[in-house]
Design a protein around this ligand. Structure first.
Ligand SMILES: *[C@@H]1O[C@H](CO)[C@@H](O)[C@H](O)[C@H]1NC(C)=O
Ligand SMILES: *[C@@H]1O[C@H](CO)[C@@H](O)[C@H](O)[C@H]1NC(C)=O
Ligand SMILES: *[C@@H]1O[C@H](CO)[C@@H](O)[C@H](O)[C@H]1NC(C)=O
Ligand SMILES: *[C@@H]1O[C@H](CO)[C@@H](O)[C@H](O)[C@H]1NC(C)=O
Length: 374
C-alpha cells in the first residue's frame, strides 16, 4: 500500500472508530455503568461521580465515571474510571486511580473535575480525581488529589490536602470526608466535611482549603458549622447561579431527620455567614440525606436548580434562584434512589444525568445512570 493510501485509510479508520459528538440521548433509566462481580465485598459499590469532558481529541461530550469500589483486598482498593462517548448509554473501563503514596488504597468518596483554567503547572483541561485514601482497617483518612493530563487515561499524584483520623462517623473521632472541588477567583477550592475541629472539639463542619498550584493548600476555613456534634452538617456540594450567587446544599442532623438545607452567598468561601433554609416541595415532599446540587440554564430566565437526595427517586427543582420562600417542585424520575447520587447537567441543558452507586445498607449494589428530561 502506498503511503498516501495508508494515510487515507488510517484517517478513515480513525474517524470511523473514534469520532463522537453526541449532544442528546433518548432517556434511559437505571442503565448499568458497572456491575461488580460477586467476589466484591458488601455493599460492592457506592457513591458514584462523573465528569463531562467537552472535548477529548476528536471526541466531544465524553463522560467519565467513578465510584467507591469494594473489591477484595489485596490489592488495595482503587477508583475505577469508566468512559462513555454516547452520554452514558454504554461504558468501558479506561483506567484506575491507585494510591501511590500511602499504601492504603483509594477507598471512599471519589470526586472528578476538569480544570476550567490553568492552576499552577496544571493546564486547563487537566482531569482531577480527589478521594479519601484509607487503610483496610480504617485507621486513617487522607484526602488526596490525583491529576490526569490525558483525559483520564493515566494518573499522577498531585497533592495531599487533609489528613484525619479513623474512618468512622462516630462522635469523638477525627476523620475527614467527601471532597468537592470548584474554581473561584482563579483558585481551586476543595471543600470537605471535617470532624477534627480544633475549636469546638466534637463538632462536624464543612470546611475548605484553597490552592493556586495544586501542590500546596492553604489554611482550613469553616463553611458551615453547628455547635452540637449530632447536628452533623455533612456532604458539601455547590452550584453557581446566574445572579452571581452560589448555593451550597448539606444534610443537617439537628432536627433529627437529616433534612436538606441550603445557603446562598455571593462567594462560595463565605457560606458560614449565610442562614440555612430547608428544602420542601410545594406538594409536601421533604428530601433527606446525602444531597447533590446542580444548576442548568434550562427552564427560563433563572434557569433551574436541581437537588437530589438519598430519600427520593425524583429530584427537587427551583426556578427562582432558591430565593427565600420561593417554591421547590418535586420532579418524578425513573431509576432508583442512591446514596449521594450525583446530578450532572448534559450538553443540551434540558437533560440531566443521575448517577448512583447504590444505597447505604445495600448488599449487592451496582453503578447506574438515569436520564431525566426537564
Ligand atoms: C484496574 O485494576 C484491577 C486490579 O489490579 C485490574 O484488574 C483492572 O484491569 C484495572 N483496570 C484498568 C482499566 O486498568
Ligand atoms: C491499621 O493499618 C495501618 C496501615 O496498614 C497500620 O499502620 C496500623 O498500624 C493499623 N492499625 C491497627 C490498629 O491495626
Ligand atoms: C426568577 O427569580 C426571581 C428571584 O427569585 C423571581 O422573583 C422570579 O419570579 C423568577 N422568574 C421566573 C420566571 O421564575
Ligand atoms: C419513565 O419511564 C417510562 C417508561 O419507559 C416513560 O414513559 C416515562 O416517560 C419515564 N418518566 C420519566 C420522568 O423519565
Amino acid at each position: 500500500m502506498g503511503s498516501l493510501a495508508l494515510a487515507v485509510s488510517l484517517l478513515v479508520l480513525f474517524w470511523g472508530a473514534h469520532v463522537s459528538a453526541l449532544t442528546t440521548v433518548p432517556p434511559y433509566a437505571g442503565r448499568t455503568i458497572f456491575s461488580p462481580p460477586s467476589s466484591y465485598l458488601v455493599p460492592r459499590t457506592l457513591y458514584a461521580r462523573t465528569v463531562l469532558i467537552p472535548q477529548d481529541g476528536a471526541d466531544q461530550n465524553v463522560l467519565l465515571a467513578t465510584w467507591e469500589n469494594y473489591s477484595p483486598e489485596p490489592p488495595h482498593v482503587w477508583f475505577s474510571i469508566f468512559r462513555s462517548v454516547d452520554l452514558g448509554q454504554t461504558w468501558s473501563p479506561l483506567s484506575n486511580v491507585t494510591d501511590t503514596q500511602n499504601g492504603w488504597g483509594m477507598r471512599y468518596q471519589p470526586f472528578l473535575y476538569e480544570l476550567t483554567e490553568a492552576i499552577g503547572g496544571f493546564p486547563a483541561g487537566t482531569i482531577l480525581c480527589a478521594g479519601n485514601s484509607i487503610p483496610t482497617n480504617l485507621s486513617n483518612t487522607q484526602i488526596d488529589v490525583y491529576a490526569s493530563l490525558d483525559k483520564g487515561r493515566t494518573w499522577k499524584f498531585a497533592s495531599h490536602v487533609a489528613a484525619g483520623g479513623e474512618a468512622e462517623p462516630d462522635n469523638g473521632l477525627t476523620p475527614v470526608w467527601e471532597p468537592f472541588i470548584m474554581t473561584f477567583n482563579h483558585q481551586l477550592v476543595l471543600f470537605y466535611s471535617d470532624q477534627r475541629d480544633p475549636l469546638h472539639g466534637q463538632k462536624l463542619r464543612h470546611a475548605h482549603q484553597v490552592t493556586t498550584n495544586l501542590l500546596t493548600w492553604g489554611a482550613v476555613v469553616t463553611d458551615v458549622a453547628y455547635p452540637t456534634f449530632t447536628d452533623r452538617p455533612g456532604m458539601t456540594t455547590i452550584a453557581g447561579l446566574p445572579n452571581g450567587q452560589f448555593i451550597i446544599t448539606y444534610e443537617y442532623g439537628g432536627t433529627g431527620g437529616f433534612e436538606i438545607f441550603y445557603r446562598l452567598s455571593s462567594s462560595p468561601l463565605t457560606f458560614n455567614e449565610a442562614i440555612g433554609l430547608v428544602i420542601q416541595a410545594v406538594t409536601g415532599e421533604t428530601p433527606t440525606s446525602s444531597p447533590n446540587v446542580a444548576w442548568t440554564p434550562h427552564g427560563g430566565v433563572n434557569g433551574t436548580i436541581i437537588v437530589s437526595a438519598n430519600s427520593h427517586v425524583g429530584v427537587f427543582t427551583n426556578t427562582a434562584l432558591a430565593a427565600p420562600g420561593s417554591p421547590w417542585t418535586y420532579v418524578v424520575a425513573n431509576g432508583t434512589r442512591s446514596y449521594a447520587r450525583e446530578v450532572r447537567v448534559l450538553p443540551t441543558n434540558s437533560q440531566i444525568m443521575l448517577t448512583g452507586g447504590g444505597t447505604l445498607g445495600g448488599t449487592t449494589n451496582s453503578v447506574t445512570g438515569t436520564i431525566l428530561q426537564l
